[in-house]
Every structure is written in structure tokens, then in C-alpha cells.
Design a protein around this ligand. Sequence first.
Ligand code: ACM
Ligand code: ZN
Length: 763
Amino acid sequence: MNKLLLLFISIGFLCSFQSESNSQIVNPQAHIIPKPDSIALLEGSFTWDTSETLYADSIGLLAQEFLIPYLAKANMEIEVSEKQNATIQILYKEQIPSEGYVLEINQELILIQASDAAGAFYGVQSLRQLLPVTAERISSLTLTPFTIPSLRITDAPKFEYRGMHLDVARHFFDVAAVKSYIDILAMLKMNRFHWHLTEDQGWRIEIKKYPKLQTHAAYRDQTLVGHYSDTPQIFDGKKYGGYYTQEEIKEVVAYAASLNITVVPEIEMPGHAQAAISAYPNLGCTGQPIKVAQKWGVFEDIYCPKPETFQFLKDVLDEVIPLFPGEYIHIGGDEAPKTRWNSCDHCQKLIAQENLEDAHGLQSYFISQIEEYLNSKGKQIIGWDEILEGGLAPNATVMSWRGTAGAVQAAKEGHNVILTPTSHAYFDYYQDTSPDEPLAIGGFLPLKKVYSFSPFPPEMDDESKKYVLGAQGNIWTEYIPTQEKLQYMAYPRTMAMSEVVWSGPTEDLDVDYSDFLTRLDLLLKRLDVMGVNYANHLNNLEGKVVKQNDSLFYSLRATLDSKKIGYRLNGGPQTNYSAPFYIDSPTTIAANVIQADSIIGPTFTSRIVPHKGTKAQITVDKTPHPSYSTGGINALNDGVNGSDNRYGDDQWLGFWGDDLEIILRFNKPTKVDSISMQFYHAPGQWIYSPQEVQIGGVSVDGYLSTAGFTSAKTKTLNTVTLIMNNKVYSELRIRVPNYGVIQEGAQGAGNKAWTFIDEIIID
Ligand code: ACM
Ligand code: ZN
């Protein structure tokens, strides 16, 4: 709005003018993701017409360089002007915290104030979400005039490291796809892009001194088709690969910087190095030729810590460092089996010569050598939490992915940490239970679970919390060959993570998540205009068993609270859902969101089979791990069986390393024929079914113990059945010893195994 013009028009005129442009008012409630610290909606609105002009202080130049072309693309050119004439002003204000901003909109002016360029940029990103979603389109159509509500937003991030990762090695994404990924991060006020550039399956960054990294290591001869666990494994027979030239890397880094995003490159060592070793076999322990990997996994051929390897890595880093002006280089460090090192003369001599304890000590030595080199060049290292094994390099930042224990330990030792646990941050996992979901690596990480994440692990003490830099979502691309699928896996889970790291972890999940979904509904319309794909589970619903005394009820809830629900029981007629309903016999529930009397969205199904145990009170002497306890203890005897592919859902309870005693108390003496328990079994995820289960019972006659069980194993489930011979019990005690420490050679070797249980069925 031109300020002079405003003096001459009446408020009444303004109001009728607004309603005319109603179709453009898309965000009257100022829905923004991530949610700002505070929004005060005020009386009136700003009318954006063709006469807007912009003034920015020097801290506003980054924001200005974004805003002018962004608007011009949507046919909304604005001119830069003197401050006194400008209707959009971006001004320096000392008191505002780093990366924070204040956005004030009134009838005359849009004012963004910040104390740094990042804050000003984020003020503009909030303004962007207040513009019509159609402003995202390249258009020659006139959007103006439209109105924006008068408001005052005060905002600043809770965490300084707000990241997303992308693996471009399992599948390669070109510069345009990477830029598009970065675009969304900027809109969400994220500030780190972790670019996973080297892997067993391909080396993706041009290193001029080592041309075979381009001609050889960047390509694999063929790729696994379907899932790793399929038998037999089938390959496509097609050469696959690609890499970024250094010019392209510079282009991406500069593009990211223009959006206030720092790129963190990852050059993996000592493991996940098979592509490089394939190009230069002398980098490995055996010197034998190997292929660039054609399937996924953890491979034994890792860099051998000999002088020529360190020379190679230093040469590589010498070319990497000038391309990435940020503080950090990620050096990987995860999943490096010590098999080769344990049988390599050079490695064994080095262990002795350096007085190291074992191969873990050698890994620590390896990382410390590299850290020293990078520190000498003014860079800091980040490594996955395996770099804790054998001792942390002195200045390393730890990225905790195998749960949060690595973060807790590293922070205790005074190291900075970034949280990316598989439980809440692996966006390559399934996000929905529908059988129509596209193929994923496994796991289960629905949007709400991402939203529930706290970068402060519950077991972390207050002193350690100051070392938590932030968190990041990771996208590994074994099963993500296209940009469309990448977007499907990334969005909207990235939006949920952005809110965790910007707005801080929720303190009231149900209330905040519901509010988030309302805002997400609008943001997804913006993605529609941008042509960005995403997973839409907003027309889903969830269900759960609710126990009252010893009766079971079933409760349904639509993802968006405003939606109506219809359900059918055992294939019967459709009923409108209003309140939890009673279940007293085996029941299959099918439910849908209903809109205008029609079913929309996928069908939710659940099967509930009441048994004698569902009437019992249950206690467990240990608390399930907070990452795997959504359903609570009652999930163990709610009549619903845990699935064979989603240990992360609200049925399974996960316990890490604990021996358990579970007690079921009946409210009256009950004849028991058998007890069955299901255990999840996925050694790749460190989850092991226990080696034995013991049971005792308090019968009406006193205590007795029972032994003997049969066990039926499928790929991921181990069902244990104990025969109880129809004796009468008032109480049952079940002891479930943890499997123990994971053996050498397996994933997670040396760590305690997880126990996952659901359901305990009593007949
Ligand atoms: C990882 O997922 N291997 C860091
Ligand atoms: Zn060796």
C-alpha cells in the first residue's frame, strides 16, 4: 500500500476493497510453519497492491535478494526505495536475538526487524507464508491486490543447528533436485544441509587429483531391484551413477548460502568406502580388487590406516575444504566393521606401535588423525556416534543416530551433539501403515512421532543440555530412486522436524500436533502450487483400545479433528462414530474419514481379540524406552497384536538391555490353558527375541512355577507359547531376560540388545 495514497482513502473504502479481493485472502489466521514464538493478530489489514516499495538496511540485503526475485516471478515486482517511502522495511534492531525477528504488519507498513541477516531472512520467510499460496507460481497473472492481516510476530529459534540430510550416493540427485530440496529447507527456517557425498555404492564429488573417483567410483555396474530382504535378490543389470563437478558443488553451496543455509559435506571414513577402494584398491587392507557396491548394507572393505590412505584422504580434503566455507566437515565414522583390520598385518602393527587397545582404538586413532588435519585447516569435524568407540577425538561434534545414548555420553564428556536418532529422525522409514505405501527400508516413523521428538533425551542432565546444538532429519536413499519419491518421504515430516528445532519440542503433544496439522493443511496447498510432491495422510485416522475396569472400548480419532468418521464392525453396516464403543468378542474394525457423505482417504483397519489377559491388570518392573512406548504398558494386553513390520508403532514396547518381570493380576481366579507372547526379532536393528522366557504363577493354592515352551519364528516375529494346563491363577509372573550383548560380526556388536514385546495373550 502506498502510504500517501492511504491518507486519501477512507477506511470504509478499504474494507469493500478487501472483500473484493477475497479469493486472495488465504491466510487470515497467519498460519506459519514452523510456529512462531508469538503471534498477535491485530485489527485491520495491509492491502498489497502494485505500488509496494522496499527498503532494507545492510542486515536485510540477504532477505531483499530473496524477496525481490521471489515476488517478480509471481508478477509482483517491487522497487527498492528510500526508507521514508518504503511500504516494506527491513531494519536493524540491536536487542533482537540472533536469527530472530519481529514482523509487524499494519495498514501502512510491513516492518521486519532483526539483528542479523539470518533473522531478517526468516522474517521474510514468515511474510512469504502470509502471501497467497499462488505467489509460489511463476505467473503473469495479477495477484494484487490482496490483504494480509495486521499482526505482530516475535520469533527466534530454539536450536542453532536445524538440519536435513540427503544421501546422494545410494541414488544420485542432480543439482536441480538438490536446489529444490534446499528451497524447502529455507522456507522452513532450517539452516544446515548435510550432503552425504561418498558411499560404498558411489562417490559423488569430483576430486581432480584422483580421476578414477569420477570415471570408476561414481558408477556401479548394476543395482539391487526390490527389497534387500527379497529372496532371491535380483539386479537390474544397468550401469548407474553420476557425480557433481566442483563447479556444480560451488553452485549448490552458493545457492544454499543465498538462502541462509550452510552445507555440511560428508566424506565417509573409515567405512562406507567401498567405491573409493574399488577405484584405488591400495586404500584397503587386502589390496584386492573389489566392485563398487551394487546392494545396500555394511561392507567389510574399509580404508586401511596406512600412510598412503591418509595421504589420499588429506588430498581429498584439500580439494573439499575450499568448496565448503562452513565450519564443519562430516567425516562419517559409522558402521566400519573391524574384520579386515583384525587380520591385517599393518593394522595390527599400528595398534601395537600406538599402544592402542584394539581395532576400536585404531578407529579412534584414525578419526583423531583426520580431526587434527582438519582442525589445522580451520575446520571442525562431525562424526556419527560410533566415533565414541575407542575414545572421542578431542574436538569432535557427535551426531547421535543409534538412539540417543551417544549424545548423552558425548555431551557428558563436553562435546557438542546433534540428535538424529532412528526412532524420530529417519525419514527413509515407513510413515503409514497402509499396504499401499511405497517400498521403504523398514521401520515406522509417522508424522506425529517426528512431531513428538525432543532433541533433549530424557536421560540427559541439565548441564549436558547446553551441548545439544540441535537436530536433523536423515534421508537415506536406498529405496528412493526419484525426486518424486524423495519428496514423498521428506514432506511433511521435514515440516514437523522444522517445528521441533525452531519452535522447540512440544509440551502438549495432542494440542500442539492438532494445531500443527491445521497449519500444515495450508502449507500443503503451497506445495501443490510449487509442484512439490508429498505424503498426504491428513485424511487418515487412528484407533486405540481404551480399557475401563476390565472392559474394552475402542476409540477412533481423525488426524484432523474437524473430520467426521464412519466405521463398520466385522463387515457390517456403516455407523457414524461419536464415542468409544464396547468390544466383547473378536472384532474387525474398518473406519474412514467421511466428507459430504462419501468416504475419503484410506481405510483404517484393526483387529481386536479379547482374551483372558485383556481383563487383567498389568505391571512391568522396568519402564519402556521413551522412544518406543507410545501405546503405554496397557498395549501389552489390549487384544491387538503388534504387526510384523512396525516395531515403532503404538503396539510394540521396546526395552533396551533390561531383564523384565511382567505381572498380570486377574480380578478373580482364572483358569489358564496357555500364554503366548510375541517378540520382535530384527538383528539388523539390534532387536533380539529373548533366549528363554520363565513363568510363575500364584494359583489359588499358592505359588508354582511352570516351564516348557514352544517357539514359532517368522522373519521378524518370534511367538512363544507356554502351556499352563488349565490351572486356576489369580496372578501370573513372566520373566523375560534380555537377549544379552550382541555378538561380534553382527550389527551393533558389543551393545546390549533390545527386547520388543506385544502381545501377551492368555487363553
Ligand atoms: C547411519 O545411518 N549409518 C548413520
Ligand atoms: Zn589394514
